[in-house]
Ligand binder design. Structure first.
Ligand SMILES: NC(=O)C1=CN([C@@H]2O[C@H](COP(=O)(O)OP(=O)(O)OC[C@H]3O[C@@H](n4cnc5c(N)ncnc54)[C@H](OP(=O)(O)O)[C@@H]3O)[C@@H](O)[C@H]2O)C=CC1
Ligand SMILES: CC(=O)C(=O)O
Ligand SMILES: [Mg+2]
Length: 643
């Protein structure tokens, strides 16, 4: 469909494009690095199957009319979202290499550059859009208003989710603007709880791949698979193997919804460029019988590989990522089952920039909430007693960070402060006399105590001031449990962290009602405000989404090369400091998500400051004002003008 005059070049960050480089273009393009799109070519086009011609930047005069360079210090030097078009000789380009994206119909189909009806009259003339759009020019703000109405018209959360995914596929900047402007309303749509249902039904709602699938079939070829991804300057990868998706269990390959959702929060909440984010699902099979028998299941139809086969695939993946994207790419492990999660973290934490969100990110967010809660209930961490239902990744991760912080505050040995923290798993209270062989991550919590089988008895015996649910089992904080907490404490702190909503240990209403309105409550998935005896209680959301976007930004902007526990403490401290008196007055222990970008900038700054202090940051010199620097690094989704 492209004539020689209309066919435009494709930039390193533009999707889709013309199927071959036309002659006229080829002539003009010799001064530039130009990618001719063949079916196998990628956006950077430095691979077999692409025609690549490069010209160093000095041969291109810098020009001032390209208004859309990502003004982002942390992406400088790498491929950026730069729009140009095929008037190559007019020196329209500012990147070191590559330029230009498709124009006309192809431009409208490119989610990175599409602006829909917001294309101006001039842009419509310049980019061959005349006639391809209805005549009205509608600014982005108005498009946002229209889109939020569109999403609101759906009553079913999954339909809202699909409307959002559809928008992300059509117009990325509008998607992010909408998400940022309506974050409280849309977080439950693109993230928990709805993303859980989306993963369960991924096979039937699957439209277009949104991330990379690396299965056992790709063993031995993972570097090649990584090169198939159209973006080259990757800064954050969220990877899952789908074995423990939220509290929904093994969803195999359909767990992809989680990395996709988490990374959209990296951008919306933390300001990391979308093109720097790569969602990955490792498919080693699934043990979910329902999926194995489902003809629409999108993953490998085999039982999960384990042992050496699993370890080898993961090792090839970890090695390939570092070789492809370098030392400083951040890898976030997400929703692995605990029998792999702890081992993977242990194995790679000293060689890669990795963290496990469920173990470490969750710990950081919960510690922040607890520190804030102490302002309402009084005392220091050391004065409190903690009981967990659930002793897996989240439970033991949080327990360890509380112990670490308490030990720092009191100078008491870790082993000593751990004695104030108790965990219950599916077999009862974890005590030293337990006959079953405890997994290694439970052992530090096996204190001297008689065996206790159930949670109510554990509450009555341990007399905790804080009860934390990390069991993945819904409605396990029964009336009896919450009444017991309320009889022991004037202000019981109760956190039901399990996701999605169906797995929450109790609802907000139950927590407030059964404690006669005295509980300080937060949950992993959001609950609406509750009215109890004429008073409105607003529950907080204790979710790692508060931490990982800002945490990741802090690591990236400082060029940090390893994650140290002190960085998680720094993130936690920064989040706790963002809870205002107004929030406390409402009984909240987390600030609202409406301010999340500001919160993320503070988290990023505190994390980066600690990384510099520990000598882990490689971006030198250290910026003077790290909060401002963090803000300046953030991607903003406003449309750029294409001149
Ligand atoms: N709010 C947030 O930000 C986050 C929330 N989560 C949520 O936390 C939940 C747990 O995640 P994670 O820790 O990774 O999962 P794990 O599988 O690692 O741990 C689950 C733990 O719960 C225990 N358990 C299961 N059933 C019961 C029961 N009936 N009674 C008591 N204990 C039980 C398990 O016992 P056993 O060891 O004996 O099998 C295990 O110790 C999930 O729902 C997840 O969505 C996770 C991360 C972040
Ligand atoms: C929030 C999260 O990471 C989880 O539930 O697994
Ligand atoms: Mg998770």
């Amino acid at each position: 469909m492209f004539s020689s005059t209309r066919c435009a070049f494709l930039s390193n960050s533009g999707l889709g494009g013309c199927s071959s480089l036309c002659d006229a273009q080829r002539k003009r393009s010799t001064r530039f690095r130009v990618v001719s799109m063949t079916p196998s070519s990628s956006r950077s086009g430095d691979r077999n199957g692409s025609v690549v011609m490069e010209t160093p930047l000095k041969e291109l005069k810098k020009e001032s009319t390209v208004a859309d360079v990502d003004n982002n210090p942390i992406s400088a030097g790498g491929p950026q979202d730069v729009y140009g078009e095929d008037r190559a000789t007019e020196d329209h380009f500012v990147t070191p290499w590559s330029v230009s994206v498709a124009s006309g119909y192809t431009l409208l189909r490119d989610p990175h550059f599409n602006k829909g009806l917001a294309f101006t009259e001039n842009e419509r003339d310049a980019h061959y859009l005349r006639g391809l759009l209805p005549p009205s020019v509608i600014p982005q703000e108005t498009q946002v208003k229209k889109m939020i109405q569109h999403v609101r018209q759906y009553q079913v959360p999954l339909q809202k989710y699909m409307a959002m995914m559809d928008l992300q596929e059509r117009n990325e900047r509008l998607f992010y603007k909408l998400l940022i402007d309506h974050v409280e309303e849309l977080l439950p749509v693109v993230y928990t709880p709805t993303v859980g249902e989306a993963c369960q039904k991924y096979g039937s709602i699957f439209m277009r791949p949104q991330g990379l699938y690396i299965s056992l079939k790709e063993k031995g070829k993972i570097r090649e698979v990584l090169r198939n991804w159209p973006e080259k300057n990757i800064q954050v990868i969220v990877v899952t193997d789908g074995e423990r998706i939220l509290g929904l269990g093994d969803l195999g390959c359909q767990g992809m919804g989680i990395p996709v959702g988490k990374l959209s929060l990296y951008t919306a909440l933390g300001g990391v460029r979308p093109s720097a984010c790569l969602p990955i699902t490792i498919d080693v099979g699934t043990n979910n019988e329902k999926l194995l028998n489902d003809e629409l299941y999108i993953g490998l139809k085999q039982r999960r590989a384990t042992g050496q086969e699993y370890a080898e695939l993961m090792h090839e993946f970890m090695t390939a990522v570092k070789q492809t994207y370098g030392e400083k790419v951040l890898i976030q492990f997400e929703d692995f089952a605990n029998h792999n999660a702890f081992d993977l973290l242990e194995k790679y934490r000293s060689t890669h920039l990795v963290f496990n969100d469920d173990i470490q990110g969750t710990a950081s967010v919960v510690l922040a909430g607890l520190v804030a809660a102490l302002k309402l209930v009084g005392g220091n961490l050391a004065d409190h007693r903690f009981l967990f239902l659930g002793a897996g990744e989240a439970g033991t991760g949080i327990a360890e960070l509380i112990a670490l912080e308490t030990s720092k505050q009191t100078n008491a040995p870790l082993a000593e402060v751990r004695k104030n923290i108790w965990l219950v798993d599916s077999k009862g209270l974890i005590v030293s006399s337990r006959k079953d062989s405890l997994q290694h991550f439970k052992k530090p919590w096996a204190h001297e105590h008689e065996p206790v089988r159930n949670l109510v008895d554990a509450v009555n015996k341990i007399k905790p001031t804080v009860l934390i649910g990390t069991s993945g089992q819904g409605r396990t904080f029964t009336k009896e449990v919450i009444e017991a907490m309320a009889s022991i404490n004037e202000r019981p702190i109760i956190l039901s962290l399990s996701n999605p909503t169906s797995q929450s240990e109790c609802t907000a209403e139950e927590a407030y009602k059964w404690s006669q309105g005295r509980a300080i409550f937060a949950s992993g998935s959001p609950f609406p405000p509750v009215e109890y005896e004429g008073k409105v209680f607003v529950p907080g959301q204790a979710n790692n989404a508060y931490i990982f976007p800002g945490f990741g930004l802090g690591l990236i902007m400082s060029g940090t090369i390893r994650v140290h526990d002190d960085l998680l403490l720094a993130a936690s401290e920064a989040l706790a400091a963002q809870v205002s008196q107004e929030n406390f007055d409402k009984g909240l222990i987390y600030p609202p998500f409406t301010n999340i970008r500001k919160i993320s900038a503070h988290i990023a700054a505190n994390v980066a400051a600690k990384a510099y202090e520990l000598g882990l940051a490689t971006r030198l010199p250290q910026p003077k004002d790290l909060v401002k620097f963090a803000e300046s690094c953030m991607y903003t989704p406003s449309y750029r003008s294409y001149r």
